[in-house]
Write a protein that binds this ligand. Structure first.
Ligand code: FAD
Ligand code: DHB
Length: 389
């Protein structure tokens, strides 16, 4: 088989890139190691920046998001027994975020891809990348016992943090930057009404908590947990008690609990690999960088990477190599700003084992400053809604 672009990984980055390339008249195959059901079973991001929703509209997959997604013009910071609203809309001159799950985004992209009859190989095993340092790269994989080879002009490595794409680059050609945080997030999804109409990020002496949602009847909650914690050891009741203990009293009292329909623990990490291009291989999304989830930047960064990549490839086929030559630098400028914001918001909101009384006082002072200073809350708001592309 021959295509212009072989996309390795069928998560949100790979599927969005596929749709952007299709609209640009560039043919591509998406090669995904898991089944469609498995990809859709992973509960992850929930907050989309306007730049991301604009991109979904651009590729004509925004209709259900506009019907079912929730537009939020603010969120709350919880600390000191109360919560304080950050008015995103007012502070950013009219910008909002969209609460719509990553699962739904990926679902909509998969449906659009299937409706257009575009090539997707699910359950692709032993995916390997070849010859991307020359003009004729190849991707090989085995599907249901049959070996396949895809010849292409370019490979897009959209296969997440543990994928094969970044691992195929010679180690000496990569510089990596990493911070691993000494805690994780325990997340619960439940068919219960959200405790608050807007998201609440809470800093508490027992640790961070986040109240989010997927709809008016489905909630998503997280509590900071130990890296040694096991999901099996957290009963639903233990989770609800812990969450309640970290919320301001009036929120805690109105929390509606119910059986969890998903429960998982995610470690927190900041990671960047530079550069994001090697010959004819481009890395995009979590394959190139990871941010801790505080501030909801991961999926949005994946979306901005593939936007730059799709434009660069369209320029290439129109006769200019400028876009592909600048791809890595253009992405990384935006990536590092999101890495900084996610690191800062994580540092502000979590309990760190070695922070001591001094660290806690500094957090309290910064939170107090944030809610009372227009300059500080504007900085938080403009990063949260997403810096310009
Ligand atoms: P992935 O979603 O990891 O997709 C990569 C795909 O490649 C997968 O389907 C995988 O199966 C496939 N693959 C892997 N290896 C191979 C291989 N060898 N061959 C072929 N295919 C392969 N981000 C936000 O923006 N907002 C949020 O609110 C938010 N909340 C989060 C909450 C949690 C608990 C977590 C864990 C993450 C959150 N994120 C959030 C981050 C976000 O989920 C990721 O940044 C996003 O999934 C990145 O998309 P991706 O397509 O680059 O990678
Ligand atoms: C969600 C996740 C986040 O990391 C975040 O900052 C906001 C919301 C969520 O899963 O809903």
């Amino acid at each position: 088989m021959r295509v212009q672009v072989a996309i390795v990984g069928g998560g949100p980055a790979g599927h969005l890139l596929g749709q952007l390339l299709y609209k640009a008249g560039i043919d591509a195959i998406v090669i995904e190691q898991r089944s469609q059901a498995y990809v859709l079973g992973r509960i992850r991001a929930g907050v989309l920046e306007q730049g991301t929703t604009d991109l979904l509209d651009e590729v004509d997959v925004g209709a259900r998001m506009h019907r079912e997604g929730l537009v939020h013009g603010g969120f709350a910071l919880g600390f000191g027994g109360a919560h304080h609203r950050i008015d995103l809309n007012k502070l950013t001159g009219g910008k909002n975020v969209m609460v719509y799950g990553q699962t739904e985004v990926t679902h909509d992209l998969m449906d659009a891809r299937a409706a257009a009859g575009l090539a997707t190989a699910y359950e692709a095993e032993n995916v390997s990348l070849h010859d991307f340092d020359g003009p004729n790269p190849k991707v090989r994989y085995v599907q249901h016992g049959v070996a396949h080879e895809v010849e292409c002009d370019f490979i897009a490595g959209c296969d997440g943090f543990h994928g094969v794409s970044r691992a195929s680059v010679p180690a000496a050609a990569l510089k990596t930057y990493e911070r691993v945080y000494p805690f994780g997030w325990l997340g619960v999804l439940s068919d219960t009404p959200p405790v608050s109409e807007e998201l609440v990020y809470a800093n508490h002496a027992r640790g961070f908590a986040l109240c989010s949602m997927r709809s008016h009847t489905r909630s998503r909650y997280y509590v900071q947990c130990s890296l040694e914690d096991k999901v099996e050891n957290w009963s639903d009741n233990a989770f609800w008690d812990e969450l309640r203990s970290r919320l301001a009293p009036e929120l805690a009292e109105s929390l509606v609990t119910g059986p969890s329909i998903e429960k998982s623990i995610a470690p927190l990490r900041s990671f960047v690999a530079e550069p994001m291009r090697f010959g004819r291989l481009f890395l995009a999304g979590d394959a190139a960088h990871i941010v801790p989830p505080t501030g909801a930047k991961g999926l949005n960064l994946a979306a901005s990477d593939v936007r730059y990549l799709a434009r660069a490839l369209a320029e290439f086929y129109a006769g200019s190599e400028a876009g592909i030559n600048h791809y890595s630098d253009t992405c990384l400028r935006r990536v590092w700003k999101a890495v900084r914001f996610s690191w800062w918001f994580t540092s502000l909101m979590h309990k760190f084992p070695d922070a001591g009384g001094f660290g806690q006082k500094i957090q309290e002072a910064e939170l107090d400053y944030l809610i009372h200073s227009q300059a500080a809350s504007t900085s938080l708001a403009e990063n949260y809604v997403g810096l310009p592309l």
